[in-house]
Ligand binder design. Sequence first.
Ligand code: GLC
Length: 430
Amino acid sequence: MRIVHVSAECYPAAKAGGLGDVVGSLPKFQKDAAVIIPKYHTKWILAQEYESVQQGVVRIHHGQVHYDIQRLTSTDLGFEFLVIDIPTKFDRPGIYADSNGNNFGDELERSICFQQAALHYLGSLDEKPEVIHCHDHHTGLIPLLVEYGTDFRSLKGTPTVFTIHNGVYHGAFSWEKYYLLPYLESGAKGLLDWNNTINPLACAIKCAWKVTTVSQSYMEELRTQSNGLEYLLRSEWRKTIGILNGIDAKTWDPKKDPLIKHNLKKSVARYKSQNKKELVTQFGLRKDLPLITFIGRLVREKGADLLPELINYFLAQGKEASFIILGTGDQNLQGRLASMAYHFSPYLNVALEYNESLAHQLYAGSDFIFMPSRVEPCGLNQMFAMRYGTVPIVRKIGGLKDTVPDIGEENGRGINFTHFNVEDAGLALF
Ligand code: GLC
């Protein structure tokens, strides 16, 4: 089956979170898959060679925007990889935000141009995709446009799958911006609406043939709490399904991973202690204490705001552990963590950056990984951690609940806690 993924992220070309990991690995395991993303000016994207396969224009209001579809010449990724070059819209190093962390103001225009260009291209192919697989709200208008977009009639009837990696963001905008959208068949306009706004996530849930999310528990949670989409998800339940993500066990292999200092040979204990030694030395931490790590975006959703209070609470009780925090996000939180690293040395240190190779080293050298997420559709970090012999301490929700049974349960693989507060989380750490 010919499957084409349309997405805002794909590792290693452009990754802000787990969406990039999944779109960069799932297609490797499908026989005939392609991925299309915007041509951002990330380091990786600019360092590759491409051949141009189609040029054209999309209409946005009265203006025309040029695009150029380019195929990666190397086949190393294990699937066909296409980028859409749309000058003035995507020729920036950031995916969603500039280097100061400020979101771009023209997200809507960008996503409308990208989705249209992708569909013009797919519609022009002799061999049409058998399934178009869209990911998150950035590609949420595609299922509607495939069926009802007057410019894309050659794609009508093509099955579409829509995966919710993160139901917090809907991409909603006001009906006043309706004029930016491509033309629709009469009668289709209402499908855009949810609560009097144009809501791409809701529209995708209505129009896609199948709606998946990345764990069963998260699908259940969405039916009772999804920022206003609960009723929609319940009424569309017949076509919804939760399918747990997996990780690419070849890329994530402690025996071969080139990004870690000491690969796993015969002894797990030796591999763990050598890698831990590298970390405690680099971060100036005590090596006799258990090493607990947080890796991820420093945002509310991931529960990162619990960290300062929790670490304070934990150490103030006279309990001891070493903590490393890796990630970027909320500026206030970053500031707080940086000053804590100074005050709580040698128990805490931080790397306030996005650093893929350090992340690998942390999975290899930590004793525990801590994930206090408020919401976790699937979560990949706990899987990377387990693959590298690191015990996850997780909040019992979404994909974390589905992948990390508590040590008190049969087949236990980690430590669970339920309530999002310092007492419960502190007890889990202890
Ligand atoms: C998003 C979710 C995360 C999930 C990932 C891949 O980043 O927050 O839980 O693992 O997408 O599906």
